[in-house]
Design a protein around this ligand. Structure first.
Ligand SMILES: *Cc1c(COP(=O)(O)O)cnc(C)c1O
Length: 398
C-alpha cells in the first residue's frame, strides 16, 4: 500500500491542469533526490537563500530572487517589501500601515481572488480603469493617464496580474511607474509555460515578479519564486527569515542581505509565517534548472499525442472532442469536449460532478463549463490516464 492508501486518501486522475487544490504538480526523481540530500545537513538559511538568489537571477534576468512558500506568499512579501523598502521600523509595524504610503494601484480587470495576498501585507488596493474589454462593452481598459492620476503621496506600488492577453502592456505600466519612482509587482504565478516568461516580465520593467514553484516548474508544491530588484528582494527576504539573531554575532552571507542590513536588524517580520524549508528550496532550484532546459516542443508533442489518443477513445461517446494544438492555444495543447445538454438531459456541470464520483475520480478543467465544455489539460496527465478519463466519461454519460 502506498502512503495515500495507508492514509485512506483517494488518488485522482488530473486532467484539470496544475492546480493547487489537486496537489500542484508531480516532481521528478532528481527533485526528490535533492530534497532527500538537503534533509541530511544543517545550513544557514540566509546563505541558502542567497545562493538561490544567484541561481534565480541567472534564469530570470532579475538582480535577485528568493524561494517563497508559493506565489501568493511571494505577492504578500513583495507588497511588504514595497511598503517598507529598507526601513526596519516599518517592517516592525506591518501590517499596520497608518501614516505610511500604503496604496497599491491596480487595473480593475486585474483584480483576482489572490488580492488577499496583497492586502494581507497592509496595503489598500486602489482600482483604476474599466472592465469594457473584459465584459465586451467596449474596446478600452486602462490608459496610462489613469494610473498617473491615481498616483499620490500615499502610493507605494503598482500591481499587475500577468495574463496572455497582455492588456494593458506591462511595459506601458512600468514606464509610468518608473517616472514616479514606484515599483511594479507582477503576479505571474501561472504564466509558465512558455519558459520565456521567466525573463519576460523583468525585461518589460517589472520590479518584482511572483511565480508558482508548484505549477509548471514542477517544484515542491508549497514553493514559489519572488525575483526582481535587489533591495526589494532583500527587504522581502529579511521579513521572511527567522530573525532570532544578535546583530553582534550575525554573519550575513555575502551577496544579498549584507549590503542593506548591517547595524539595524528587524525582528521577525510579517513573512515569518511563510518560511520555506531547506528541502523545498533545494528541490525548487533543481526543478527550476530542469524547467529551463526542458524541450517544450517535445513535451507538447507528447501531450498532443496523448490528447489525440483520448479524442479517439471518445469517438463513440456522446460528445464532441477537438484537440487544440499548442500553436492554437499559444501555450500547450488542450482537448476541448463539448456536450449537447438538450440531447443528454444534463450538462457539463452534472458531468463534472459525476466524473468526480467515479471509483477513480477524474477532474477536468471547468474553465468553460457554462458553455457545456470540459477541457482536458494534459500537463497533469500520467501515462494511460487517457484510458481512465475515457472510461469515466463513458460511465458519466450513461
Ligand atoms: C496559482 C496562483 C497563485 C498562487 O500561487 P501559489 O504558488 O499556489 O501560492 C497566485 N496567482 C495566480 C494568478 C495563480 O494562478
Amino acid at each position: 500500500m502506498d502512503i495515500y492508501e495507508r492514509l485512506g486518501v483517494t488518488k485522482r486522475v488530473n486532467g484539470a491542469g496544475l492546480l493547487t487544490r489537486l496537489g500542484g504538480s508531480l516532481m521528478a526523481p532528481e527533485v526528490l533526490d535533492a530534497m532527500r540530500e538537503a534533509a541530511g545537513s544543517f545550513v544557514d538559511m540566509a546563505e541558502l537563500q542567497t545562493r538561490a538568489s544567484a541561481i534565480i537571477a541567472r534564469h530570470t534576468g532579475a538582480e535577485a530572487g528568493i524561494v517563497t512558500s508559493g506565489a501568493a506568499a511571494a505577492m504578500t512579501l513583495a507588497t511588504a517589501a514595497c511598503l517598507t523598502r529598507l526601513d526596519v521600523a516599518r517592517m516592525e509595524r506591518l501590517p499596520d500601515t497608518d501614516g505610511m504610503p500604503n496604496e497599491l494601484i491596480m487595473f480593475r480587470a486585474h483584480r483576482t481572488g489572490y488580492d488577499h495576498a496583497i492586502r494581507a501585507a497592509g496595503a489598500r488596493i486602489v482600482e483604476v480603469g474599466f472592465n469594457d474589454r473584459t465584459v465586451g462593452s467596449g474596446v478600452r481598459g486602462l490608459e496610462g493617464w489613469e494610473i498617473e492620476a491615481a498616483i499620490g503621496p500615499n502610493t507605494a506600488a503598482i500591481g499587475y496580474a500577468a495574463n496572455p492577453t497582455r492588456q494593458p502592456p506591462l511595459a506601458a505600466v512600468a514606464a509610468v511607474a518608473r517616472k514616479h519612482n514606484l515599483p511594479v509587482i507582477v503576479d505571474a504565478a501561472a504564466q509558465l509555460p512558455p519558459k520565456a516568461n521567466l525573463k519576460h516580465f523583468i525585461a518589460e520593467g517589472a520590479s518584482l515578479v511572483a511565480y508558482s514553484g508548484g505549477k509548471a516548474i514542477h517544484g515542491p508544491q508549497g514553493t514559489g519564486i519572488l525575483c526582481g530588484q535587489k533591495d526589494l528582494v532583500a527587504a522581502a527576504l529579511i521579513q521572511q527569515l527567522d530573525m532570532d539573531i544578535l546583530a553582534e554575532t550575525w554573519m550575513p552571507p555575502v551577496g544579498l542581505l549584507d549590503s542593506f542590513f548591517k547595524d539595524r536588524l528587524p525582528h521577525h517580520g510579517l513573512g515569518r509565517g511563510f518560511k520555506v524549508d531547506k528541502e523545498s528550496i533545494a528541490g525548487l532550484l533543481v526543478a527550476l534548472e530542469r524547467f529551463v532546459v526542458a524541450d517544450d516542443g517535445a513535451a507538447n508533442g507528447k501531450r498532443e499525442t496523448q490528447l489525440r489518443r483520448l479524442a479517439d477513445l471518445l469517438a463513440d461517446i456522446k460528445c464532441r472532442a477537438t484537440v487544440l494544438s499548442a500553436a492554437e492555444t499559444k501555450r500547450y495543447p488542450i482537448l476541448e469536449i463539448k456536450f449537447d445538454e438538450e440531447s443528454l438531459g444534463f450538462g457539463a456541470v452534472e458531468i463534472s460532478r459525476r466524473l468526480q464520483r467515479q471509483s477513480i475520480p477524474v477532474h477536468l478543467s471547468e474553465r468553460r463549463i457554462y458553455e457545456n465544455v470540459l477541457l482536458v489539460d494534459a500537463s497533469g496527465l500520467r501515462p494511460d490516464d487517457e484510458q481512465a478519463i475515457a472510461s469515466a466519461l463513458a460511465a458519466a454519460l450513461k
